[in-house]
Ligand binder design. Structure first.
Ligand SMILES: Cc1cc2nc3c(=O)[nH]c(=O)nc-3n(C[C@H](O)[C@H](O)[C@H](O)COP(=O)(O)OP(=O)(O)OC[C@H]3O[C@@H](n4cnc5c(N)ncnc54)[C@H](O)[C@@H]3O)c2cc1C
Ligand code: FES
Ligand code: FES
Length: 511
């Protein structure tokens, strides 16, 4: 609805057109209540309604980070803040949350983060700097270890380096140095994060307020969010197009999304979470890549998952992008599709009345064609947790290492008994119209039926697997590489799987 309509005029238009949305959230220190369609972009409300123009518009596609804001919500009894790209975030996805823009971090003069960025020459031309400061604040509000590597990773969604990397790294090193002081307090037993009791700030927050990194009003936010949570919301689950994080939909259909009827899945508590049950891992249909990164079950099953995830988008995107959204987007190079295909993943689809199960492999029927009715959504994603004799590896090559989609990606899982491969699966993306499970190549590893006696993981087997894989792919030439290049890449990446999982293999024998 137009912003200029107020009071009874707004009510009148509501009655005629049936608008009945009411999104409530705290923007910096202010309560926002709006009946704008929940598909409206947060960025537009911030800039054009609230005139908070410190949040910039760069790409509007999630790539540059100029529009980064923090969203805070109750998770595990405390308010957890995460950077997100406001250009891809629908208002419905910030309902009952705390949204923080650069203006919400300003106190008197420059705060500590703004000062170090200036002093170290990291301000660049200035346009992207607010996004950097917001991401750095997210890093300070987190309770992970303040290492240099984590500090640098925290700005992986802020792509501009127009004055170079070193000035930003120097600023981040000073932030890390400051947080080490807080780490000592935590090591002495003090709580971190923004604790749930209204007004009772944790030492982590106290510390950040004292250092001028966040303003004092942050301490009241848990109480204010708790109050907001008690207010009813009947508008985000009315049916319509399913929306997870919006990181695909808002890039592809930006304008159409704003007024669309949307079914918001990310706010549905029952669809979040990653649990272990009877040897299976069950992931909710609204779980994000960050949820996977933070899950002890995933970390135990895939000790290298953090390294794989670093190759997938960026921190602000991973914070909102869902696993199910990656499957339904059906991109032939979807990283999560490739990761989960090698695990023989099963989906539970629901239409709200009944459920059915099918394998992820059979979900992909053709280019962007899925075995899914429009009214069906992915409720659960499940796979058998790897047994102790199972090995897994994921590889991705893209034109740029970070924040880029794959030219070719692939995963391999093998079961090993007495040094021999008795079962294995290889998936590959960018080499066919769909994310593919390479059935022929997997068959050589016993895929799905087991190999009696097993195969020795030697150069001969690798050669056979690569050859079989080549026979079952049909890559096309596009901006991510020629078909010949993609064939070559897949062959090399399959060798990389073997070399990683079987370190006794001699790389030279495979070349
Ligand atoms: C800057 C940027 C970088 C990216 N980098 C990568 C990358 O490196 N690798 C990669 O694989 N992808 C990448 N992506 C793509 C995207 O982030 C992922 O595909 C993401 O997982 C999509 O999830 P979402 O929740 O945001 O999907 P949405 O945009 O919310 O939805 C995508 C589709 O899925 C449907 N949907 C969502 N949830 C469900 C559900 N539970 N059941 C049924 N349908 C559902 C929607 O209706 C829609 O059709 C990137 C995107 C951006 C913007
Ligand atoms: S405007 Fe570039 S990430 Fe949002
Ligand atoms: S273009 Fe990003 S700061 Fe200059």
């Amino acid at each position: 609805m137009p912003y200029y309509l107020t009071g009874s005029a707004r009510y009148f238009v509501n009655c005629i057109y049936g608008f009945q949305y009411m999104i409530r959230f705290i923007l910096n220190n202010k309560l926002i209540q709006t009946d704008d369609p929940p598909g409206t972009l947060l960025l537009d409300l911030i800039r054009y309604r609230e005139y908070l123009t410190g949040t910039k518009i760069g790409c509007r596609e999630g790539d540059c980070g100029a529009c980064t804001v923090l969203t805070g919500e109750f998770t595990g009894g405390k308010v957890v803040y995460r950077p997100v790209t406001s250009c891809l975030t629908a208002l419905g996805n910030v309902h009952q949350k705390h949204v923080v823009t650069i203006e919400g971090l300003n106190g008197e003069g420059l705060n500590f983060l703004q000062r170090v960025i200036c002093e170290e020459g990291g301000t660049q031309c200035g346009f992207c700097t607010p996004g950097f400061i917001v991401s750095m604040t997210g890093f300070c509000l987190g309770d992970g270890e303040p290492t240099a590597a984590r500090a640098v990773a925290s700005v992986d969604g802020n792509i501009c380096r127009c004055t170079g990397y070193k000035s930003i790294e120097r600023a981040l090193a000073r932030v890390t140095g400051l947080l080490e002081g807080r780490a000592e307090l935590v090591a002495a037993g003090a709580p971190t994060g923004v604790v749930a009791e209204p007004g009772a700030a944790g030492v982590g927050l106290d510390f950040l307020v004292k250092q001028g990194i966040v303003p004092a009003y942050f301490a009241d936010i848990p109480g204010r969010l708790a109050e907001l949570a008690l207010q009813p919301n009947g508008v985000l689950h009315k049916g319509g197009r399913f929306l997870g994080g919006g990181t695909d939909l808002y890039v592809q259909q930006h304008a159409a999304m704003v007024g669309s009827e949307l079914e918001f899945l990310s706010g549905r508590a029952e669809m979040k979470g990653i649990v272990e049950t009877g040897g299976q891992c069950v992931i909710g249909g609204a779980a994000t890549v960050t949820d996977m990164l933070e899950s002890p079950i995933i970390r135990r099953a895939f000790p290298n998952f953090a390294a794989y995830a670093r190759l997938i988008s960026s921190t602000p995107i991973r914070n909102i992008a869902t696993v199910a959204g990656n499957f339904v987007n059906a991109s032939p190079i979807g990283d999560l599709s490739i990761f989960f295909l090698a695990l023989e993943t099963r989906l539970t689809l629901s239409n709200g009345l009944s459920r059915r199960e099918l394998s992820l492999r059979n979900f992909f029927k053709g280019y962007k064609v899925l075995d899914k009715a429009p009214e069906e959504f992915i409720e659960k994603i499940s796979f058998d947790l790897p047994a102790t004799n199972e090995l897994f590896h994921f590889e991705k090559v893209s034109k740029r290492t970070n924040l880029d989609i794959a030219s070719v990606n692939t995963a391999m899982r093998v079961r090993v008994s007495e040094g021999r491969i008795v079962e294995g699966f290889i998936s590959a993306g960018g080499v066919a119209a769909v994310p593919a499970l390479l059935e022929g190549a997997s068959g050589l590893l016993g895929g799905g039926r087991g190999l009696s006696g097993g195969r020795s993981p030697d150069a001969l087997l690798v050669e056979e697997v690569v050859e079989r894989a080549q026979a079952e792919i049909s890559p096309i030439s596009d901006v991510r590489g020629t078909s010949e290049y993609k064939r070559l890449l897949l062959g090399q990446l399959i060798k990389a799987h073997f070399l990683t999982l079987f370190p006794n293999l001699n790389a030279e024998d495979l070349l």
